[in-house]
Design a protein around this ligand. Structure first.
Ligand code: NAP
Length: 304
């Protein structure tokens, strides 16, 4: 008599555009894999069998509803792989979330922070939590990256202006990394041997990340990528632009455990299509910054 084969359960965000489209295709193509995704419009085209539940990361109520719906659907089953990939970048820091926080900070960090806090207790032993960050968090890569961290100012900025959108994005990606650092340090996560990974796909073309920027900014960035970045890429490989297909495939490899960082490391960066394991920025390794992000984010989302 044949026994039912164990099913691997994957929950993902950010699969309706950009590199996530390719990642979910690779993951959903694996046998015995059930994939549940959070998406803003559930009518989007997704690989066959993938289940979509509404999720607007810019609303903490929506994040809670999504987490509740996932848990209702799964019953006693546990999540093997949780992939938090959704992200956005805007022209400036003037837009606000449903809860009144700066939108980039709210979507990229706070919404995912709350989602991870709600779903982590429902993850399986030896599970994997993957958070998509960016090398933009690192001042060694971009001068716009944060050199200090003030969560209250990120959540409710008093100053705007040119470059404030990119600065908000870079800071939100630092918060993603520090959130991953906090999860690794949790006794419960260690006891259940859950792997935690902060993954950056590196500069990736063909995605819609900058779609909310002004037309001028989009033209300017395209110009930079085709000219200056190509030149810089000759001696700084992290400036070489990859494709959404390869970045998505790499996210799938990281999520499925095909690629794993060396023991004691959590940061994976895709450079010229290959995973490498550099140190994140000094601030991303700060325990004080890590603990402040954990504590202050908890207060902002209204949990312990
Ligand atoms: N592209 C790069 O060069 C690059 C470099 C480093 C890191 N990253 C990171 O890679 C990840 C994917 O980026 P991408 O370049 O593929 O961007 P993208 O093409 O814009 O895709 C972003 C995804 O996030 C979803 N999303 C955005 N805002 C959301 C919200 N409020 N609620 C729920 N879902 C939301 C989008 O859903 P909709 O389809 O509904 O918009 C889409 O599925 C992001 O975390 C980004 O920060 C990208």
């Amino acid at each position: 008599m044949s026994q039912a084969r164990a099913q691997r359960i994957v929950v993902m965000t950010g699969v309706t555009a950009g590199l996530g489209v390719h990642a979910v295709q690779h993951i959903a193509a694996r046998p015995d894999t059930r994939v549940i995704v959070g998406a803003r419009e559930t009518g989007r085209t997704l690989p066959r069998g993938v289940e979509a539940i509404p999720l607007e990361l810019g609303s903490l109520a929506s994040v809670r509803e999504f987490a509740d719906a996932v848990m209702r659907r799964l019953g006693d089953a546990r999540i093997d792989i949780l992939v938090l990939n959704a992200g956005m970048q805007t022209a400036n820091n003037e837009r606000r979330s449903a809860d009144g926080y700066e939108l980039t900070f709210a979507v990229n960090h706070l919404g995912h922070y709350l989602l991870a806090r709600l779903l982590a207790p429902h993850m399986a032993e030896h599970g994997r939590l993957v958070i998509t960050t960016s090398e933009m968090h690192d001042p060694a890569v971009t001068p716009l990256a944060p050199k200090s961290l003030d969560l209250q100012a990120l959540a409710r900025p008093s100053k705007s202006g040119f470059g404030s959108g990119i600065r908000a994005y870079a800071a939100s990606k630092l918060c993603n990394l520090l959130t991953a650092q906090s999860f690794v340090a949790l006794d419960d996560v260690k006891a259940r041997q859950i792997d935690v990974i902060a993954f950056t796909p590196g500069l990736t073309g063909g995605t819609s990340l900058g779609r909310d920027s002004s037309r001028f900014m989009r033209v300017f960035v395209t110009f930079l990528m085709r000219t200056v970045f190509r030149l810089i890429g000759l001696f700084r490989p992290e400036y070489v632009m990859g494709t959404a297909e390869r970045s998505g495939e790499a996210l799938a490899e990281v999520s499925l455990g095909v690629v794993t960082p060396p023991p004691g490391r959590i940061y994976i960066s895709l450079v010229k299509g290959e995973p490498v394991f550099p140190d994140p920025s000094e601030l991303a390794r700060s325990r004080d910054a890590r603990d402040r992000v954990w504590r202050e984010s908890a207060a902002m989302v209204g949990i312990e």
